[in-house]
Structure formats: structure tokens, C-alpha cells
Write a protein that binds this ligand. Structure first.
Ligand code: GLP
Length: 263
């Protein structure tokens, strides 16, 4: 696990995008992205869009797969993840909408929709770069505490903490859907590279548990300790509860030339 501590959220986005661009370069324009909603990756996606606009990143034939979607809110709803991915990923990065996939939380057969989603990821050869945020309870995607560490795309019930955290996007907490479809932890672990970004003190405890705690379903993101190519990029607020801050900073400051990011 690579841990990079940045001075602020803007820098987190720049470093995460530079890391992704480095991974994407040898893969070429058909790179497959795994994309997340939430406020955490917004700067990263804006920076990726800038790299596309400047010609430094070619996503002309890229596919994208969102992590999750609420159950029961239609595609055009402003808080549907279909809509958020359209606004933060598809349009700014100039992706072909036909290649951007979001689980169908409005399907009449939700289980079939989950199976179809797994099949669609397999059909393009799997995800090359999975972007992740993290919930304050340690969830990734909507894999709430006690999720199976080998789970696949399925229906989940949101934890009380997540309902509370996401209430800010709705008129009231009662309007937050209770159910969602989410890629499983096993699905996320199949991605060839993972980049998790987190900012703010609200994430400090989850980040410390995910990076330095035991691997446990109580902090689902901790499964990334088993991933061979996981990078976690945080600002100093989200890093506040880590015990090995000096080590992570020294490691990044002394990267061998071939590993250094051009940011
Ligand atoms: C949401 C999403 C996650 C996201 C997390 C944190 O509920 N399902 O993919 O990482 O919660 O959101 P934010 O980045 O806004 O704090």
C-alpha cells in the first residue's frame, strides 16, 4: 500500500490524477476507469478533465464503471449517481456516454441488474484504475461495515451513519434512499490498480483504520491492505490519526526517479 500525504485537497486531486495518468499511459485510450461519487474525487476528476483537454491524457475510447447507485431514484434525479457521474466524469472528461456504466437502481429485477453489471465489467476485461473515496465509517462504494470481504455487486442497506452523512444532499434524512446497488469488495479488489482519496478530519479515523488497523469487515476499506497496487492519497487533515506519518512523507520525498510523479 502506497500512502501519500498532501498539504491540501487541491494537491490530493493533482497527485491522484497524475498517478492515474501514469498508469493509463501504457494502457492507451481504451483504459477502463472505475469511478466514485461523493465529494472526495471531485478535484481528481476535474484534474483528469484538464489533462484530457491539454492533450496529456487520451480517454477517447475509455470505459467507466461507477461503484454504486441508490435504489429507487430515477436516472435524471439530481442526486442519482447516474446524474452525478454524468456531471463529474462523462461530460468533463469527454467520455462516450455509451461506455459509461452505472448500476441500474431502478431495475424491476435488481438482482439481475447486479449480475449484468458484473458481466459488463468482465466483458471489457476488468477495471484498470479504480478511484475510491471513503465513508466516515470506512465504507468503500456502499460496502457498509460487516460487508463480506469477497462480496460481488449486490443490494445493500445503508448504515445509519451513511444516511446521516448523505442527508446533506437531500431535503431531509427521510428522503435518503435506504437501499443501494454497489460493487462488492471482491469486485473492487479485482481492479488492477486502486486510488483512494480522502480529505478532511471527518475521514481521519477511517483512514487510520484502513491503512494501519487490522483487516476487518468493520472497516471495509481495510481489505485494500491485500491489494497489490493500492495508493491512498490524503490531505493532512485526513492523515491526522496515522502513526507512521513521517515514514509515508519520507518515502514519497525519496521516491526513485522512475517512480516520481510529474506534479
Ligand atoms: C458515498 C459513496 C462513496 C463515497 C462516500 C464518501 O456514500 N457511496 O463511494 O466514497 O460516500 O463521500 P464523500 O466523498 O462525499 O465524503
Amino acid at each position: 500500500m502506497e500512502v501519500i500525504i498532501c498539504p491540501n485537497a487541491q494537491r490530493v486531486g493533482e497527485v491522484a490524477a497524475a498517478k492515474a495518468a501514469r498508469i493509463a499511459a501504457p494502457i492507451g485510450p481504451k483504459v477502463v476507469l472505475g469511478v466514485a461519487t461523493g465529494s472526495s474525487p471531485v478535484q481528481t476528476f476535474a484534474e483528469l478533465a484538464r489533462l484530457v483537454a491539454s492533450g496529456d491524457l487520451d480517454l477517447s475510447e475509455a470505459s467507466a464503471f461507477a461503484l454504486d447507485e441508490y435504489v429507487g431514484i430515477p436516472e435524471g434525479h439530481p442526486e442519482s449517481y447516474h446524474e452525478i457521474i454524468r456531471q463529474t466524469v462523462t461530460e468533463p472528461m469527454g467520455l462516450d456516454p455509451a461506455r459509461v456504466h452505472v448500476p441500474d437502481g431502478f431495475a424491476t429485477d435488481l438482482q439481475a441488474a447486479c449480475r449484468a453489471y458484473e458481466d459488463a465489467i468482465k466483458a471489457v476485461g476488468g477495471v484498470d484504475i479504480q478511484f475510491l473515496g471513503i465513508g466516515s465509517n470506512g465504507h468503500i462504494g456502499f460496502n457498509e461495515p460487516t460487508s463480506s470481504l469477497s462480496s460481488r455487486t449486490r443490494i445493500k442497506t445503508l448504515a445509519a451513519k451513511t444516511l446521516e452523512d448523505n442527508a446533506r444532499f437531500f431535503d431531509s434524512i427521510d428522503d435518503v434512499p435506504r437501499h443501494c446497488l454497489t460493487q462488492g469488495l471482491g469486485t473492487i479488489m479485482d481492479a488492477r490498480n486502486v486510488i483512494l482519496v480522502a480529505t478532511g478530519t471527518n475521514k481521519a479515523h477511517a483512514i487510520a483504520q484502513v491503512i494501519e488497523g487490522p483487516i476487518t469487515a468493520m472497516y471495509p476499506g481495510s481489505v485494500l491492505q491485500l491489494h497489490p497496487h493500492a495508493t491512498i492519497i490524503v490531505d493532512s487533515d485526513a492523515a491526522a490519526e496515522l502513526t507512521l506519518i513521517d515514514y509515508y512523507k519520507a518515502t514519497y520525498a525519496n521516491l526513485p526517479a522512475w517512480q516520481r510523479l510529474d506534479v
